[in-house]
Design a protein around this ligand. Structure first.
Ligand SMILES: [Zn+2]
Ligand SMILES: [Zn+2]
Length: 182
C-alpha cells in the first residue's frame, strides 16, 4: 500500500522526510515523496489572504499517479473551507486525498519562538488525523486520541500522536480490507 506525499507551494523538505518516517511507523503503509505542486492562484482569496482547501485537494487529484493508493498534501499556505474561517487540514475520502496546512501549526503564528519539534509534532498529529479520515475513521471523544476533533491549537497540543485502542482497531480493519483489494 502506497501513500504519496505532495507539497503544495514551498515546504521545508527536511520536515517532509521526517513526516514520512513518522507516518510509516504509525500506519505501516509505504510513504513516498511525490512531486511538488504549485498552489493554484485561482484558489487564493485576496480578501481573506487564504486559499480555499477544496481547490487544493482538486490540484492534488489532477496530479494523482495511478501507482499510489492515497495522497497526502502538505502546504504552508493558510486554508479556509466551506463555512469555516480557517482549517488545519481537510480530507476527501472519495478521492482518497488528505491535506494539511502548517500555517497555523507554527508556534510563530501565536507569537511564540520557532520550535521545530513542536511544529513537527503538530504536523504529525494533523496528518494522522486527516489520513485516518480518508481511511474511513470518524472523530473520537477521547481527548488524548489523535482522532479527537481539534477546534484550536490547544486541542492539538493536548492530544497525543496516537490512536486510542478503539480507533486503532477500526484502522487495522480498514487496512486489512485494503490489502484484500490489492
Ligand atoms: Zn477531523
Ligand atoms: Zn480514538
Amino acid at each position: 500500500m502506497k501513500v504519496g506525499i505532495f507539497t503544495v507551494g514551498d515546504v521545508d523538505l527536511r520536515l517532509l522526510y521526517r513526516l514520512a518516517c513518522g507516518l510509516e511507523e504509525r500506519f505501516l503503509y509505504k510513504f513516498l515523496i511525490e512531486s511538488s505542486l504549485s498552489a493554484p492562484t485561482s484558489a487564493f482569496n485576496a480578501v481573506k489572504k487564504q486559499y480555499f482547501a477544496p481547490a487544493l485537494l482538486n490540484r492534488i487529484k489532477v496530479a494523482f499517479p495511478p501507482e499510489i493508493k492515497y495522497a497526502l498534501g502538505i502546504t504552508r499556505v493558510d486554508l479556509y473551507g466551506v463555512s469555516l474561517n480557517y482549517i488545519f487540514g481537510d480530507a476527501n475520502a472519495d478521492e482518497r486525498i488528505a491535506l494539511v496546512s502548517y500555517h497555523r501549526l507554527r508556534p510563530e503564528f501565536y507569537g511564540h519562538t520557532t520550535e521545530n519539534t513542536l511544529l513537527f509534532d503538530r504536523i504529525l498529529k494533523e496528518s494522522m488525523h486527516q489520513l485516518a479520515h480518508v481511511l474511513g475513521s470518524k472523530h473520537c471523544y477521547n481527548q488524548n486520541c489523535v482522532m479527537y476533533y481539534s477546534n484550536n491549537i490547544y486541542d492539538i497540543d493536548r492530544k497525543t500522536s496516537l490512536f486510542c485502542s478503539e480507533c486503532e482497531k477500526k484502522l487495522k480493519k480498514a487496512a486489512a480490507y485494503d490489502r484484500t483489494k490489492d
